[in-house]
Design a protein around this ligand. Structure first.
Ligand code: ADE
Ligand code: ZN
Length: 359
């Protein structure tokens, strides 16, 4: 049975974290097994593949070249990114395109030591353009299968686009029912401000009745109050981002005592101007307050780094120690929707990695 663990993971007493510093700590970050719980598959579309697919499918992109797309990756806020992200996703048309997209992400994830990844898919972005839901699911399923053979477990979470209506979300939920075995849950993403979680209370109640996991983006650009309503009205198992929770001391206490997992994305927060500099990021503060935070890449093709790069840059910017890195990696396995046996196997490998480095 798969579930999310809410007990705080504690490290084995025999690991000497003080002995792991500098280059040793960087080597541990590279080598350790990792879980990723917040990554949009459309956000892993690199410009080269975007252009290749657009040409093949005769889709026109608002940029003349790969270089011009890369140059446009200077965002002021979430919406300025989403405009480009949705334009890029329009290059994806066939089952082979979705397989190529999924496989490309898996290759990067495997190189980064990811062993388990729960990946968002923005179905409505594709169905609204006339792409059949089966094209998306079948293509990604082939990538899931390919990844499993390489030692990476990939699971899909279907996100509702919150700038669209409740009715559209219900239609998407209905359309997903025949594909039930292809995904583990539902999420909520896209433009946050002005689209509070409670807009989708009834949709999420229907999702929960199906017995699937539910998660939601909240407190990325939107206020801490959206984190509270994601918990109270949508009853989410995890909050995606949640960094604005730092504005509400009572909420911080609640998140710590309930051990609500927050899938934090440091490089995303930097690129979307949620923080001015990585060294200003509240991740360390949240970790020290006992919150179940971990590191994720969000939209790695757009934000300058996949999961390992997020770990390396965040560790350097916040001066995180080996004990912090262990906690972040362990929190990710705790918050993964996996069986206890899988969790224990990953934790054994994680601990072995740190133990070896400390010797
Ligand atoms: N869709 C893709 N990336 C997103 C993000 N960072 N926030 C909200 N919706 C998204
Ligand atoms: Zn996201």
């Amino acid at each position: 049975m798969n579930f999310i663990e809410t007990q705080k993971p504690e490290p084995p007493e025999d690991i000497d974290f003080e002995a792991i510093r500098g280059a040793k700590l960087q080597a541990v970050m590279r080598a350790m097994p990792k879980a990723e719980l917040h990554m949009h598959i459309e956000g892993s579309l690199e410009p080269e593949l975007m252009f290749e697919l657009a040409q093949r499918n005769r889709v026109s992109l608002p940029y003349p070249s790969v270089e011009a797309v890369r140059e446009a990756y200077a965002f002021d806020d979430l919406q300025s990114f989403l405009d480009l992200y949705y334009a890029g996703a329009s290059a994806l048309v066939t089952e082979d395109d979705f397989f190529a997209l999924g496989q490309a992400y898996c290759e990067r994830a495997l190189a980064d030591g990811v062993v388990h990844s729960e990946v968002f898919v923005d179905l409505q972005t594709h169905t609204m353009r006339g792409v059949d839901i089966g094209v998306v699911f079948r293509g990604l399923e082939r990538a899931v299968h390919w990844a499993a053979q390489q030692g990476l477990q990939l699971k899909l979470i279907v996100c509702f686009l919150r700038h669209l209506s409740e009715e559209e979300a219900f239609k998407t939920l209905e359309a997903c029912l025949p594909w039930r075995e292809h995904f583990i849950g539902f999420g909520l993403d896209s433009s946050e401000r002005g689209h509070p979680p409670e807009k989708f209370s009834r949709v999420f109640a229907s999702c929960r009745e199906l017995g699937v996991m539910v998660v939601a983006h909240a407190g990325e650009e939107g206020p801490a109050a959206y984190v509270s309503t994601a918990l109270d009205d949508l009853q989410v198992a995890r909050v995606d981002h949640g960094v604005r929770s730092i504005d509400d001391a009572a909420l911080m206490q609640r998140l710590a005592s309930e051990r609500v997992p927050l899938t934090v994305c440091p490089l995303s927060n930097l690129k979307l101007c949620v923080v001015d500099q990585l060294s200003d990021h509240p991740l360390k503060h949240m970790l020290d307050a006992g919150l179940a935070v971990m590191i994720n890449s969000d939209d790695p093709a757009y934000f300058g780094g996949y999961l390992l790069e997020n770990y390396l840059q965040t560790q350097a910017a916040l001066q995180l120690g080996a004990r912090d890195i262990w906690q972040l990696a362990a929190n990710a396995f705790s918050a993964s929707y996996i069986s206890q046996e899988q969790r224990e196997a990953h934790m054994t490998q994680l601990n072995d990695c740190f133990r070896k480095a400390a010797q």
